[in-house]
Design a protein around this ligand. Structure first.
Ligand SMILES: Cc1ncc(COP(=O)(O)O)c(C=O)c1O
Length: 445
């Protein structure tokens, strides 16, 4: 870390004062904001490094909330956005098309051999990609003879699929969603395949779709599914004529070591939702991919009123499409997926060694370039939610040059951009180790 640059301290303080006076941050207890930890003003980024207005540098340990793939300020992506901005920033996708959306749709469809997901519906972020899939599944059933009574959804306990009302009604984490129950979709939650198979026939027969975060549940402490579950779920859905909706908002674009997580089990869903990493996190853009069969259920005479009634002002935003196309170029030009296996192995071994050497690390779980680190008291007993141990440890990591956040109160996430080097990965684990020790050591010992 470089030393704070004192001449800009005043400017930073002014910006912080403005934030405190006028801004409102997501998922944030605003009464405590700025009181327990310094407010960092992130000003610039390069590769995996972020720099704040006081010129301090940090490794972006959670890819700026799980979005960044190729690192910040990648010249190819920046150039593509600049070129598009100089051409046109936005045009309506309602009633018109534009070149980059056509090209991007074709590139996305081609990511699956044989192109089983041949149609792309663009939106703005992960939540709206999920809303798209839910509404499409629902409306498709309502206008397909024999499927009209399929109006409900099944999701998994502890799942997270976003915060708009429809997506939130799927959510299985009660802290986030319990106060919004009763709005949105009618959803049944199941723990696993056994639970799913034990549902009454009338529930199965009235289900339009089953939604899953494939391979790993993110907000649920970065918990992997058991191997084979996704394939079994695909077979179950096919058998019962239920749509399988894979939420690849977090897992998409290489995060788990393959382009999409469902590819680990050779599964093609009926709907695949992606967002965050689609543009390498450079601009908001999301996509819901689906099959020609589902698309066809929306075709008919004008008077049949089968149009998909959904969309937003910024659907298929040209700057987002430019960023996404450039990001896909980078995957090819820099052989990003091919370079991942040694980094994935290193991440797993660094996580294991952290577990061995730090008494406050109770367990670690890694998939691809994602690691969840569970912390506990040194004697192994769990922290209470109000201890906010994960938060305190992450704040302490800042001075060791790493920014990340916990999911839940006691699981810390390390999910850096895929371009991270082996050296930077080691630095990140050292910072996690030191931050945990600074914040938690000596408490109960
Ligand atoms: C699996 C999953 N689905 C959906 C979302 C919602 O995405 P967004 O925050 O872009 O609306 C997230 C966000 O973290 C996510 O992890």
């Amino acid at each position: 870390m470089t030393k704070p640059d004192s001449p800009s301290t005043g400017t930073t303080q002014r910006l912080v004062d403005l934030d405190l006076a006028h801004c409102w941050h997501p998922f944030t207890p605003q009464a405590l904001w700025g009181k327990e930890a310094e407010i960092l003003m992130i000003e610039s980024g390069s590769g995996v490094w972020l720099t704040d207005t006081l010129r301090r540098r940090y490794i972006d340990g959670n890819s700026s909330i799980w979005v960044n793939i190729h690192g910040h300020s990648h010249p190819h992506i920046v150039r593509a956005i600049q070129q598009q901005a100089a051409t046109i920033c936005h045009s309506s996708y309602l009633g018109f098309a534009h070149p980059l959306a056509s090209l991007l749709a074709e590139r996305l469809v081609s990511l699956f051999p044989g192109r089983p997901l041949s149609r792309v519906f663009f939106s703005d972020d992960g939540s709206t990609a999920i809303e798209t899939a839910l509404k499409m599944a629902f409306q498709s059933c309502s206008q397909t003879p024999g499927k009209e009574k399929r109006r409900h959804f099944i999701a998994f306990s502890n799942c997270y699929h976003g915060d708009t009302m429809g997506a939130a009604s799927l959510g299985g984490v009660s802290t986030f969603f319990s106060r919004f129950r009763g709005f949105g979709m009618e959803v049944r939650h199941v723990r696993d395949m056994e639970d799913l198979r034990s549902l009454p026939a009338e529930t199965i027969e009235s289900t339009a779709g089953i939604v899953i975060e494939p391979i790993i549940q993110g907000v649920n402490r970065m918990t992997p599914w058991r191997a084979g579950l996704l394939r079994e779920l695909r077979d179950f859905c096919t058998h019962h004529d239920i749509f399988l909706i894979c939420d690849e908002v977090m897992t998409g674009f290489g995060r788990t070591g393959k382009m999409f997580a469902c590819m680990h089990e050779g599964v093609t869903p009926d709907f695949l939702c992606c967002a965050k990493g689609l543009t390498s996190g450079y601009t908001p853009l999301a996509a819901c991919l689906t099959t020609e069969k589902i698309y066809n259920s929306f075709l008919g005479a004008y008077s049949d009123n089968k149009s998909f009634y959904y969309g937003h002002s910024f659907t298929a935003h040209p700057l987002g499409c430019a960023a996404a196309l450039a990001s896909l170029d980078v995957f090819e030009q820099e052989h990003v997926l091919e370079k991942l296996p040694p980094k994935i192995d290193l991440m797993r071994s660094l996580a294991e060694s952290l577990h061995k050497r730090n008494l406050h690390v109770a367990a670690t779980r890694s998939i691809g370039l994602i690691t969840g680190i569970d912390i506990s008291h040194a004697d192994g007993s769990p922290y209470a939610q109000d201890d906010r141990a994960g938060e305190r440890a992450c704040i302490a990591m800042r001075k060791h040059g790493l920014l990340t956040r916990p999911v839940t109160h006691d699981t810390i996430v390390l999910m850096p951009p895929l371009c991270i080097s082996e050296h930077e990965l080691r630095l990140a684990f050292d910072a996690i180790d030191s931050g945990i020790r600074d914040a938690l050591q000596g408490e109960l010992e």
